[in-house]
Design a binder for this molecule. Sequence first.
Ligand code: 5GP
Length: 212
Amino acid sequence: MVQNSRNLSSPIRRGMVFIISAPSGAGKTTIRSLLLRRNPRLAFSVSHTTRPPRPGEKNGKDYHFVSREEFLKLIRRRFFLEWAEIHGELYGTGRPALEKLLSSGKDVLVEVDFQGQAEIKKFLPEAVSIFIIPESPAELKKRLRKRGTEKKTELLARLEWAKVELSKAKYYDYLVVNKERKIISAVHQIEAIITAEHCREKKVRGLISFQS
Ligand code: 5GP
């Protein structure tokens, strides 16, 4: 006999959190746009930051760009699930919007650095973390230079920071290598992880149990 210990046909199941981290220049933004375009059940948690927008970035879509004063006010109100200071700027994941998306049944991509990953895992151990690495350090340098949005000193700081970030890759659940000109292959790998984690979730939650 097949027994449903939970309501499988429930119209709204809570979504899952997928944490994505990558050093600057690893191609994470392109991967994110492709994932969102191809998977309507997937949403993006838009972080707050005090860093100024780069050309082409839109407020509310890429980040919520706020002043330092505003950010500090939000910290005091316990608005953030986690926040961190990176390259002298503040970045944080807002709790209410994330909760709303998860309750609506969407899977949510949360893009944070390794500090954010560790914090989120503390509160949401079931969150799945994915680290994207570039094919080689040379590739990373090339992409950052091509982006051309950072001043030389900032660029060097980001490259140094990338080394620290890469050393944290071992703490993630999954590693995805983003190969130049094969970005779609990284997208496919992340989609496969999402599918696999949903299959695992069914087992862990005991959605279906067989009884003799
Ligand atoms: P960028 O300035 O290049 O957009 O991001 C710099 C770093 O901040 C990246 O590693 C990015 O993943 C991270 N980041 C973006 N949003 C958040 C956030 O809300 N929390 C944390 N901890 N890191 C974030």
